[in-house]
Design a protein around this ligand. Structure first.
Ligand code: SF4
Ligand code: MSK
Length: 655
């Protein structure tokens, strides 16, 4: 917990926490220590959806609840603990799906404007992916220009948000068996916005009061995120800005530079950041920076905007979620440029203690006390230049409290689904076949998706890194996104050399042969849709069952904090993946609801939730699940027979 001595395992973070304390600056780590989380809200037993409440229906502490007591656990309207916990859970899913959906919609809007020639400065970068997506959507290609095709693609996908009937088009990408499960359960989403709106309606006072029915709709709304809003965002961003391929960079606060104008780009949506990354190379702006006494302009990212520009431009990352205030504490950041999501309001207060300008850029996310320079995609270059100029103008205001931690670590990122396909199978036979073969022969035990945030209620980065080290030690290939990938990047796990140092012999031998790290960075939170696509490709390549739930895979968000994480977790569960969350679990106030999520969902979806804060125990749960799936596939014996001799290594290297 935050009260613990060790607030982070990352030395740069620890150094800046101490600097903040010595300079009297309030940061999230310190506030979390002072404010205990509300136990009633944490277990999902507080309802505040009408003005007869808020009603609290907590589980009795320290003793078994009697049936009489259980009957009395009701809100003023008579709502049970089950209804209240389920409603709270579904509202988190709705918020998460809305956030990713609104991101996807904004991408679709910019995409259409680019296709129509209304957003100068942007262009379609990945034409091959555009054509592939057009084919998937049934768009006529013929002799038409890419712009015409892109307009059709953009218009079709824009309609996915407001669609009222039918099914989201991307659902057809899932294995047939999975689609049938969704249809049978009635959870195939119609339109992204429709499922969010219905979730809010159902959870309004006095509407849906059957917890199982509520949670069915929660699954539907979450699927509208993973196979809808998030997948649309990933696809269109790749076409617009380029599909990521492996790129070398560095991570941690040590990427800031003492003698340059430091600009941090933070949030989730990449358009402004993309343009800043391009415009920061402008010789005129570099000369302007020099005129103010700086040697140049240094860009670094934070949270998922960081992942977006890392994956496509190799821009270094200053840190993950809990390091945002600490970047300002270095005293060396001229501008913290933010767009949407995961931006702490505390930034502005921390910035007041230094010279940093917090610049909001999105009409949907303003902060009192920040400077607002709105990004206009019709004048993208001008918008980006205005932000960079504001940062440069602030360079002479640096005070004498500058201290940049020396820590930074090398990373390799950029493992899109397409790249993995190519790396494994080669240019002419791109496929997941070698991955499947190595899972079947046991060199790779299975695949784990470890994603999600950092959380001030646990030791920062520790749960991620301990969990991932244990997984790769046991020959589980790990794919990551979001702040999880950053935690492992800082710990040195995102480089090919980490395989020899940390991975089991089987996984290490495959990583060495292919030249990949044992932990693959797939991108931002919306790019969890890449994991869905990768898992689907594994099913389609054959030998590992005919549905996502047959695969020896598992997921985890061990330091989660945002509502988006719950939406992501639920769409993985509803897609058939066993998913473990750490830190805290938001339905423990109702045993029935928790049992439904942790047990009943397995018989419905083939995937279910689990909660476990201890990283070693999380690893055990995931590995046990992977082994269970290996056994069901009849490939558990193959694993026992594996002996890693030189002949096998040579054979592997010829793959
Ligand atoms: Fe209380 Fe019912 Fe109102 Fe919720 S809906 S605040 S339980 S009265
Ligand atoms: S940024 S949602 S703290 S992963 Fe995507 Fe990190 Fe979680 Fe935000």
């Amino acid at each position: 917990m935050a009260e613990k001595e060790i607030k982070s395992i990352d030395p740069a973070t620890v150094e800046m926490i101490e600097k903040a304390a010595s300079e009297g600056v309030s940061i999230a780590f310190e506030r979390a220590g002072k404010m205990t989380a509300c136990p009633i809200g944490a277990e999902g037993s507080c309802c505040s959806i009408c003005a007869m409440g808020p009603c609290r229906v907590p589980l009795p502490r320290g003793k078994e609840e009697t049936p009489e007591e259980k009957k009395k656990r009701r809100g003023v309207c008579g709502a049970t603990a089950e209804t209240i916990a389920a409603r709270n859970f579904v509202r988190k899913i709705a918020a998460g799906t809305a956030s990713h959906g609104d991101h996807g919609r904004e991408v679709a809007k910019v995409f259409l404007e680019v296709a129509r020639g209304e957003a100068p400065g942007f262009e379609i970068k990945d034409e091959q992916k555009l054509l592939q997506l057009a084919l998937d959507l049934g768009v006529n290609i013929g002799n038409r220009s890419n712009k015409e095709i892109a307009i059709d693609v953009g218009e079709i996908l824009m309609k996915e948000f407001g669609k009222q009937e039918g099914e989201l088009l991307m659902l057809k990408r899932a294995p047939i068996k999975r689609q049938e499960i969704w249809r049978k359960l009635g959870v195939a989403p119609r339109g992204v916005d429709r499922e969010v709106a219905e979730a809010m309606h159902r959870t309004h006072m006095g509407c849906d009061q059957d917890y199982q029915d509520l949670l069915l709709h929660g699954a539907r709304a979450a699927l509208a995120d993973g196979w809808g809003g998030s997948m649309i965002a990933t696809e269109l961003q790749d076409i617009l800005f380029g599909t990521p391929s492996p790129v070398a960079s560095q991570i941690n606060l040590g990427v800031l530079k003492e003698d340059e104008v430091n600009i941090i780009i933070h949030g989730h949506e990449p358009y402004m950041a993309e343009m800043i990354a391009v415009v920061a190379q402008d010789p005129e702006l570099i000369a302007y920076a020099k005129s103010k006494g700086a040697k140049g302009i240094n860009l670094a990212g934070m949270c998922c905007t960081a992942n977006e520009i890392l994956m496509r431009h190799g821009v270094p990352i200053a840190g993950n979620f809990l390091q945002q205030e600490l970047a300002i504490v270095t005293g060396a950041v001229e501008a913290m440029v933010v767009d949407v999501q995961c931006i702490m309001q505390g930034l502005v207060e921390v910035a007041r203690c230094y010279h940093t300008k917090v610049i909001t850029t999105d009409r949907r996310a303003k902060i009192e006390g920040a400077t607002h320079i709105e990004f206009d995609e019709h004048k993208a270059v001008e918008s980006a230049k205005a932000v960079i100029r504001a940062a440069i103008d602030n360079f002479p205001n640096r005070g004498d409290k500058v201290r940049i931690p020396s820590y930074k670590t090398d990373i390799i990122a950029g493992f899109s689904h397409e790249t993995i396909n190519y790396l494994l199978g080669g240019l002419f036979r791109a496929s997941y076949r070698p991955l499947n073969d190595n899972i079947i022969n046991g060199r790779i035990r299975g695949v784990a998706g470890v994603v999600g945030c950092s959380n001030a209620r646990v030791t920062h980065d520790d749960v991620h890194v301990t969990l991932v080290k244990e997984l790769i030690k046991n020959d589980v290939l790990v794919v990551e996104t979001g702040c999880a990938a950053m935690a492992c990047g800082k710990a040195g796990l995102l480089v090919p050399e980490a395989a020899a140092q940390y991975a089991g012999a089987g996984l290490a031998s495959v990583c060495e042969a292919v030249g990949i790290p044992p932990v693959l960075h797939l991108g931002a939170c919306i790019d969890n849709s890449r994991i869905l696509m990768a898992a689907t490709a594994m099913v389609k390549d054959g030998g590992l069952g005919d549905d996502l739930s047959d695969l020896p895979v598992a997921g985890a968000a061990p330091e989660w904090m945002s509502e988006k994480a719950i939406a992501i977790g639920q769409y993985f569960v509803s897609s058939g993946v066993f998913t473990v969350f750490g830190v805290t679990w938001p339905t423990t106030g109702s045993k029935a609801v928790t049992d439904y999520l942790f047990k009943d969902m397995e018989s419905m979806y083939g995937g279910m939730w689990a909660f476990e804060p201890d990283p070693m125990k999380i690893a055990k749960l995931m590995i046990d699940h992977i082994d269970k799936k290996r056994k069901a596939l009849g490939i558990d014996k193959a694993r026992e027979r594996v002996l890693y001799d030189m002949a096998m290594r040579r054979e592997l290297e010829s793959v």
